[in-house]
Design a protein around this ligand. Structure first.
Ligand code: GRF
Length: 206
């Protein structure tokens, strides 16, 4: 049986979701994606799930008016699938539920397209980095807590954006590294554990 039972939460294109599918299919990640959860019925991520026989659940905002109701349904899906790693991959809603965050503490991870704490909380961090005139930006993979983009940092990658001439170009450049790094981190979860002391995260391979 694979070590990881993974749930992916995604709202859009799903290139990071795809990189994790590829990591599993190519034997780098010892895991199985049990479910894709999305809040967007038109997400390209759904197409990817269908292509790879991954079950998916659409929790549209029309059905789930309150954040609490949506989070409660997410928790039910995670519990019933015995999920031990939740991967937020371009999930555009904030998880607020205390019970969900507590029960899955250090089991929910997110990717943010900047070197946190720079552009923390931004939904357009690549454009923000470009507009600010940054020469270096990058990505951060971190645990999810009740502090938005503020959980303990697992991995960061710096990306030279000095030659980029728009926010979109920055986003494309960082995305290449996001796809590689997210897959790498999920593979690490499948082959070891993370020790957390304060804000310090140390990887311990099996
Ligand atoms: C990525 O840039 C990620 O960092 C951000 O949303 C984007 C999702 O891209 N949180 P994709 O849907 O995985 O292609």
């Amino acid at each position: 049986m694979p070590k990881l039972s993974i749930a992916i939460l995604a709202s859009g294109r799903g290139s990071n979701f795809q990189s994790i599918i590829d990591g599993i299919e190519e034997g780098e990640i010892d895991g199985k994606i049990k479910v894709l959860i999305t809040n967007n019925p038109n997400a390209r991520a759904i197409q990817r799930a269908k292509e790879h026989d991954i079950p998916y659940e659409v929790l549209s905002s029309e059905l789930y008016h309150s954040r609490e109701a949506m989070d409660a349904r997410i928790k039910e899906i995670l519990d019933s699938n015995k999920i031990n790693l939740v991967v937020l991959a371009g999930y555009m809603r904030i998880i607020k539920s205390k019970s969900l965050l507590e029960q899955y503490k250090h089991k929910i991870i997110n990717i943010h397209p900047s070197l946190l704490p720079a552009f923390k909380g931004s939904t357009d961090a690549q454009k923000d980095a470009y507009d600010y005139g940054c020469k270096i930006s990058g990505l951060t993979i971190h645990f999810v807590s009740d502090d938005i983009d503020g959980g303990e940092i697992i991995l960061q990658k710096a990306v030279d954006i000095s030659s980029c001439s728009s926010g979109d170009e920055v986003a494309d450049k960082i995305l290449e590294y996001e796809n590689k790094s997210y897959r790498e981190v999920v593979a690490m979860f499948s082959k070891g554990t993370f020790e957390i002391k304060g804000r310090h995260v140390k990887y311990v391979p099996d």
